[in-house]
Unconditional design. Sequence first.
Length: 275
Amino acid sequence: MQNCYQIRSLVLLDDQEKYGRLIQLLQKYERVAVAFSGGVDSTLLYYAARDALGNKNVIVLRGVSVLVSEKEQEHAASLLDALDVARDNIVEVSLRPLLWPEFVANTEERCYFCKKRMYAAFLQELERKKCTALLDGSNVDDLKSRRPGFQAIYELDVQTPLLDAGLSKKEIRSLAAGFHLANHQKPSNSCLATRIPEGKAVTLEKIQRIEKCEKYLIDKGFDGCRVRLEGEDVVLQLPADKGEKLFDGDFRVKLLQFVQVAGFKRVLFDMDPRG
């Protein structure tokens, strides 16, 4: 990863110039593996790596666990089909985070422990596939908030080409739209454990209840929603353009009934919309 001064100087370039810089960064490798989540960042990174190195020299690594909803896993699989990624170039790595005591404890370092374990498992696959680098889709905007996972990325020498090219989330979405990538407008997402308050243990039961509630909302048209636990209540956070629908009287009654059957007492609404 480059230092902050180098990244600040790259900010002055436009997105096409940064994409050219990205291709140059990727061309120094012979064969790479991309940590693929199905989000726009890792999708653009895969696209660029293939552009720079050719189809045969880019491997996709996917972490599969209870922390990724069934809908998100299906979405990632459909993206890979749309990108025409050869089956031999896709490696699914089974992860069992609920067996990791340091993760289940859900301290402020949870993401560090998760990223360290996951990328260590990915690096083992890297050797089997004869790749020279593992690529992560972090971008410049990720530097704006505390990200414990960055420490794991640094410790394991995982490469961050989007960040090193100075690309922001907005620029990544712009490039993805220009390349007609299907998920260029897809809301950012994170693992289901992020919905559990810090200090409260991560359990399978909590994860399943969160996924069930989010699936209900997504099926009702609330794409990009988040359902957070708050004691015996759930807190809904929605994109700005989805909030008004929530106040439809008939739907509100059905939603309340659903979450009560799921074992919660109340539904609370976060007035701060998801970006």
